[in-house]
Design a protein around this ligand. Sequence first.
Ligand SMILES: Nc1ncnc2c1ncn2[C@@H]1O[C@H](COP(=O)(O)OP(=O)(O)O)[C@@H](O)[C@H]1O
Ligand SMILES: [Mg+2]
Length: 274
Amino acid sequence: MTEPNAVSAAAALDVRGLVVSVDDKEILRGVDLNVPAGEVHALMGPNGSGKSTLAYTLSGHPKYIVTSGTATFGGTDLLALTADARARLGLFLCFQYPTAIPGVTTVNFMRAALRAQGKEMPAREFIRRLNEEMTALKIDESFRARYINDGFSGGEKKRAEILQMAMLRPRLSILDETDSGLDVDALRTVANGVTRLAGPDMSVLVITHYPRILEYLKPDRVHILHQGRVVTSGGPDLADQIEREGYEPITGPLAAQAAASQKSLTGVVAEAQA
Ligand SMILES: Nc1ncnc2c1ncn2[C@@H]1O[C@H](COP(=O)(O)OP(=O)(O)O)[C@@H](O)[C@H]1O
Ligand SMILES: [Mg+2]
């Protein structure tokens, strides 16, 4: 194994007690989350639990106001940095709804993004790598000249996002519902694309509502967000449990009762059934 390069190696994301408001409404209410360097973690939770809010906050979107708590990446205080500086540090966010940029081709966009991060490469190498990645992601050649995300189908946008990730080689990728709206073939291609890059060079936080992508993108840990807090964490079997039983046993009234009475959930469920 080669020694990971200090600049390009994955690093740990550490979020503690993060409280975030949007338009004066408190959405995140004390999020604790640790993704060690090189691991793949899943953040799951019902709709409206605050998953996208966390992703936008970590990316540095100005609309998301942090009122307390910390977020560090490789020990660097993320919250003190602009969105640009966070990207240069190696943070990459795949948005749930990628924006189209009419007039900017996929190729030019990618070259500009690499240049902005000081990762410019000679044109021939750039084209060679781009072709390689496009083949791996089963992206049609015509994409190179098309305007980024303009008129792309849902599946095409997601592949284009993973293509950016593959070219930029971030140290941490946060994928927000990258699986939504993908058919099973596109899902597998996208998940394989991420899996290929995950490891010593790149940690991954995959945000998803549905456990299906986790069949292809094996997480080391799974965290459940509910009402702006991580309420439970576990191994990959936690995703299997949600597949079988839904979020209700974790987020429903019985779970709240168990938390309030400090009894185990199984105990409360047994009492309720008795
Ligand atoms: N601009 C806003 N003003 C008020 N509430 C918002 C705003 N944006 C999002 N929310 C609320 O924040 C909560 C979390 O949203 P979000 O982070 O998108 O959840 P998720 O991604 O888990 O579905 C939701 O209840 C949503 O209605
Ligand atoms: Mg969301």
